[in-house]
Design a protein around this ligand. Sequence first.
Ligand code: SF4
Length: 356
Amino acid sequence: MRGDLSEFQDRLLAWFQANKRDLPWRSQPSLYHTVVSEFMLQQTQVETVLPYFARWVARFPDFASLAAAPQQDVLKAWEGLGYYRRARNLQALAVHILRDGIPASCAQWRQLPGVGPYTAAAVASIARNEPVAVVDGNVVRILARLFADPTPIASAAAAQSHFGPFATALLHPHQPGTHNEAIMELGATICRKSAPLCASCPVRPHCKAFARQSQSALPVIPRKTSRARTVHRALVLRSEPPALLLATYPPNAQRLAGLSELPELPQPPAPPPLLSRSRRIANEAIREHFHLIDPSSTAAHGLPVLLAAPHLRFHPIHELHLVTLSGPHRKWLPALLRAAGWSGAKAWESLSTRSD
Ligand code: SF4
């Protein structure tokens, strides 16, 4: 980094005070709001989080109401945000806080479910003004550019160990929470991944990459190889009474525990699929093919005999809005029902937008 440290800190804080976005967890600050927002913002953009945050704090206004809620209600409120382990961990954290009290330090926050180094530092510094620096993707990008550091960063752990000391060295000694918020805001709005807005950047005089015009080459993140996978799924509709077959993942499942999706077929049926869609989970690119299967032939297609498979159940169409579906399946269902010629598809679409 170029120039004087306190000048850098002052420029960053002055810019933040004048330009920070008006976000609900800032306008109504509380420890609970900070924790909920930090959990939601892991892996998710601010714009996506905003309506979820509003619904969440209306439904669960504090740690006590979250701790006492049925887990299905918690997952339902998280439906569509993805990475559902965050919702389960957030509830477990609320239970922990009610039982043992509020952690007194960043190190104690780290002991709680779902709290990694970034979240612990963010919560401890923003809510308690503890002098601990955050290191996330935004901060890594800024630090790599400020110091013109070409070290390849392959993982969050590598980022923390390499850039943690840089972040700590820059931290404002008296306003660590505001400093952390400011540097994250700078990364989200000015020092963007592509086309950073250097002309508007408050710390441009301190930036080595800007001086060398190498900002677009930094940080150096090795490309992850993406794995392709194909999944075949069954669309099984029963007409009287109207119902759809769904599989619910068990509570101890690695992913999507407690959520429902259209059931997976062990073998692809001979006829071509009714519809195909793509999704991405971590570094997997998944192509899903949906096949219309007659309810009388589910066993022939390798689905377990329905009554003997507790994770497979027909759900009345008019109650589907109450089921916690994975985000992609919730999104694709209207098109699937239409493609299947389901006469109730239109009615279902209006139900699917309800969140009660
Ligand atoms: Fe990022 Fe440009 Fe500011 Fe440097 S000058 S920190 S590259 S926005």
